[in-house]
Design a protein around this ligand. Sequence first.
Ligand code: GLC
Length: 750
Amino acid sequence: MKRIHIYIITILGLLISCKKETSVKTNNALENKVSELLTKMTLEEKIGQLNLRGTSSRVKGSLPEELKQAVREGKVGAFLNVMNKQYVDELQQIATTESPNKIPLIFARDVIHGFKTIFPIPLGMAASWDADVAKSSSRVAAIEASSFGVRWTFAPMLDIARDARWGRIAESPGEDPYLASILGKAYVEGFQGDSLNDPTSLIACAKHFIGYGAAIGGRDYNTAIINKELLQNVYLPPFKAAFKAGSQTVMTAFNEMNGIPASGDKYLLQDILRKQIGFDGFVVSDWNSVTEMIPHGFAKDEKHAAKIGINAGLNMEMTSQSYEKYVKELLQEGKITENQINSLVADILRVKFRMGLFENSKRAQDDSGKLYTENHLQLAKEAAIKSSVLLKNEGNLLPLNKNKKIVIIGPLANKPREQLGTWTFDGDKTHTKTPVTTFQQNNVDFTFVEGLTFSRDIAENQFQKAINAAKQSDFIIFIGGEEAILSGEAHSRANINLPGKQEKLIKELAKIGKPIVLVIMAGRPITITNIIKDVDAVLMTWHPGTMGGPAIYDMIFGNEEPQGRLPVTWPKVAGQLPLFYNHKNTGRPASSKEFVHINDIPIGAWQSSLGNTSHYLDAGFTPHFPFGYGLGYTTFEYTNLTLSSNVLTNANTLKISVDIKNTGNRKGNEIVQLYVQDVVGSITRPVKELKKFKKISLEAGEQQTVTFELEVNDLKYYNNKMEYGVEQGDFNIWIGKNAANGLKETFKYE
Ligand code: GLC
């Protein structure tokens, strides 16, 4: 028997070493190709590879001759937004047959949450807590986009977002690094597919590197101040996950971090990205972010900006052309070196070789059958259901009885374009199924009165008609929220209530005394404190995409239950922001025992009588809904939290189990969440950190024991000396349905 073991181990060892040898050979062969091509290239051609030429996707008529000539001379490495298949074919033909070294172009597009078939906005996708949903959505997007010649998407956006005023929270994976890392990996795998040289593979672009979501005040493009340990423990993990999953590119952010604009930050692009993480793809700037170092006050002119970018290690300049204009001069003046240029170009060529573009640069043909297929639409509907978060369901109002008289009111009930949300340049609104069209197609007996014609509408001239219709109905479904333009890039809001007169209309409707279901379509958490008491149920669908209507229909009538859980903390008022669950405890943590609400303060109260802890007199210290929160159509009971040991060491793994029972009367889904607190650290540690979660589905009355394993690696963090590890001491552990509740146990790490 022993001999067989030795034999097997030997074989395995040989296989592993062969695999390693093969990958070394492959890498060597690749590097030889890159080096060989570099030696043939002129300086002009090398500079051309560093140039991502922006075009308008609205190019009409024929391609400008100047553009074609630039390609012919090898002055362009990639294009952005060429959304005309003939133009793609024509430019690629010129590049691969007429340019000096026939180097293929890469065609890029922002394919963020779908291409033609639009999925929920990424913040909604994050609410699914489902890697499979993320991966399948990006695979569908890749199949649809590649048929238009796109082979590079500027996604996934992996900016941790802790401030709902920020417009781009809509595109973010939420506030938690662990959840964002799982989603980032899944998106990259979906976009890039099984092989980079598959014509339906889109190379991914982890963005925006880094700290874009930390913009002060949630004001887009604004200053980010992030200390080293926050960078390592909160903002970097999703990017590391994307790079580990093989993301071939990364995009620098518009913002400065600690005084240095990302596109010129050598520490970020060399020390962190290349040396610490070992990224071996290429870095692209965001739109004009190289020359924006001038308004940042970090470069005095374009030539200086180009020098900073090159010295920082920024490979490709998007849309601004400082490299094209000044690299040659900077070289001649010895301010940059030929080696630097060769290294930057090599990174780009390496990716092009990996994409198989030198062997086959043809656009994936036969696109006709690939758009809006039944499968794509079904996946988009499932994603919308898994993303939707049920925030309130008073008296189990939902699901509704289909045979009752229903009125649908609200400015987003029948808006095919708004329902798609931000970053959907290619989504075709004629394919959108809205709630109103879906109810009609399913022969629901309902009346539709918009009440307001768009989300910011302040006209009350339709109010009476809506009120009259509501009086004739059993249930009111109000579908409101934000138009798509109110979130996304450059669209931060200081007040994140329902815009326009939506609140007033809801309050008028509430006077009638009929049950109200509020369905919100928006790109961020919306503060609904003013009207939460006026409605009986609240369903957050984010901007749910092409199939939002069928998803809402199925959830309203109970064919499906909303399965989402909040990927961001939901504030009561904007004044609480930034607001996130994994905050520090402070020396004076707030508690309900001491807190006195502003309305309860006695007149002439003694100065120190209000509880000297960290809170707002008028908004307290808790969110409206916590991270991880979401209701379903059944209830779950958690009991019997058990640890295999109360001591964790480097040599063991904690096995944690909890019994969960579906105590309702219908099948239901639950996302079981495991949080940990490192009670004492060499720097202060968050009060809770999500470390594991599992999605389960139980029949009515069914009980299941859910188990997790926790090991030392799950607890490691960077302290302020950049030491990565775990200190011995006490830990708290919770398992529950959101960040605010759960069964608690303790253990020691020794
Ligand atoms: C935009 C965005 C970035 C996008 C790029 C190209 O300004 O910041 O996310 O990928 O430009 O459209």
